[in-house]
Write a protein that binds this ligand. Structure first.
Ligand code: HEC
Length: 107
């Protein structure tokens, strides 16, 4: 009885941990990499066609604020192929992706 309770507790806590952790790299790969490339360099067909900024570039990173990154992901960039993801991704996922975009800097 006691043992079952402990096992149930371990199971429940591992479940909640995975439910709350956002898989930023996984989402980037599935929703963003077709244009931005898995490495953020935009060495893709769309990247070449639309001149998508290289996210690993210091200049690109310095040229955009955290708020602008979040806004681009949430609402998209007007008159571009960058569409907003509000309603498709949760605010937590968008937050995590905005931070993930920063991890490309200097790579
Ligand atoms: C259909 C292609 C496409 C997809 C999918 C896409 N993007 Fe973009 N993204 C673009 C284009 C094109 C631009 C450049 C738009 C412009 O400035 O004219 C851009 C720009 C951005 C910028 C701004 C960069 C800067 O320096 O201005 C961010 C941040 C960004 N995308 C993040 C993401 C994230 C995160 C995802 C996935 C959730 C994503 N994008 C999915 C095409 C795409």
């Amino acid at each position: 009885m006691h043992r079952q309770f402990i096992l149930a507790f371990i199971f429940a806590s591992s479940l909640s941990a995975s439910a709350f952790a956002v898989d930023d790299a996984g989402i980037f790969k599935s929703k963003c990499s077709s244009c931005h490339g898995e490495d953020g360099k935009a060495h893709t067909k769309m990247g070449a066609k639309e001149k998508i900024p290289d996210m690993t570039s210091d200049k690109v990173q310095a040229g955009i604020t955290d708020d602008k990154i979040k806004d681009a992901i949430t609402n998209g960039i007007p008159d571009s192929k960058m569409k907003g993801f509000s309603g498709k991704l949760t605010p937590e996922e968008i937050d995590a992706l905005a931070k993930y975009v920063r991890t490309f800097k200097g790579k």
